[in-house]
Design a protein around this ligand. Sequence first.
Ligand code: GLY
Ligand code: MN
Ligand code: MN
Length: 466
Amino acid sequence: MFPANVYLKRRQALRSRLQGGMILFLGNDESPMNYRDNAYHFRQDSTFLYYFGINNPGLAALVDLDEGLEVVFGDEATMDDIVWTGPQPSIASLAADCGVSQVLPIKQLRPVLAGTQQQGRKIHFLPPYRGRHTLQLQDLLGLQPEEQAGAVSLPLLQAVVAQRSVKSPEEITELEKAVRLSGKMHEAVMRAARPGMTEAELHGTIQAIAAAVDSSTAYPVILSVNGQILHNHDHSNTLTEGKMVLVDAGGNSPMHYAGDLTRTFPVSHRFSAQQKEIYQIVLDAELAAIEALRPGVPYRDVHLLASRVIAEGLTGLGLMRGNPEEAVAAGAHALFFPHGLGHMMGLDVHDMENFGENHVGYTDSLKRSTQFGLNALRLGRELEAGFVLTVEPGIYFIPELIDQWQVAHKHSEFINYDRLGAYRDFGGIRIEDDYIVTETGSQLLGDPVAKTISEVEALRGEMMTA
Ligand code: GLY
Ligand code: MN
Ligand code: MN
């Protein structure tokens, strides 16, 4: 945990953004995989971590906006618990660690909330993303299922998003740790990959690096020779000469902050000429985007800039045609780049996505596009100093999508379908790094990871001659 003062200040700042009433925070519970005592790896709710830092299941907390009172609710370990799990710190000591002096048993939560409601005071809560919290909120607050979504506190949600969007120095330190760990995973995989290995073996390398520092991956690892499948969690293929491996993997810091990096490298010692051409376009798009990061710039514009670099590059190769700017305006490039340039990152790899992407990445004056490709951009709003985000352009050849568009002659003024046959087995390339927006531009988080064609080939060469 951070020092208690950090959590006290965070809650104080939150209180100053809200008018009155009571804030209810629900921590996460253990979640069974196949029976109660065989649970998934425990992950605390990120907002609970942000304001209270306690990484234990079965807790809740209240912050009284009128009285200034703060209470952590939880039950002490019984002797039965201690027999199975060993001695546990008291709830009072956990609460003291985050600067809360009052604790109550969890069964007191209901009467305290009922009392607040009887006084006619507002109870602020955030939208639930776990079924148990949905039921718990309905039960605790006497809400009908159809009333719940409307009862979510928009002022609370907006205040939390505003606060968590701007990362503090101690958060940056944690994010650096997470991205450094992620970088180690990528360099290890680039060194270890050999023709004949399975994707699963390489995935094991990543998990071993996380486990060796008592950490875990921040999201399911994408590691595949089929990089064109965007969220591909299958690891059953064998690496063969001539293919590329796309690896999207990130680790957690000790305080549960995420890293999120992607690299694409050849199974062979070197990229083929065709792979090099596409790789360089993706790299140029990433570098142009990074160069454009600064406060006041809408990230949607940075996405469109990267899209233009991609369209220009593909036009140069004869895969697209016409005016690249017009092609991007029409959305034709999305055949090859169907996802967004990036997203906020913090305690969650897609930070605060549980609140709804548009609450985090868009504003009243900048609404999300409905155009294919641009509609997948999670972060469109103007950047501010302290935002941490990913920059992750890619070019993919998705046979099913190409076929669908070709049959429909979709954007045929911009796409040279005749040339795409030679790319059907190409796969996909994505390059992803994590940046903090500074007062004047941006700064890379973590250590640089081999990225240019020559850097990646040098790493692959070391392996192949070792
Ligand atoms: N790791 C998923 C993403 O890059 O958004
Ligand atoms: Mn990623
Ligand atoms: Mn990402």
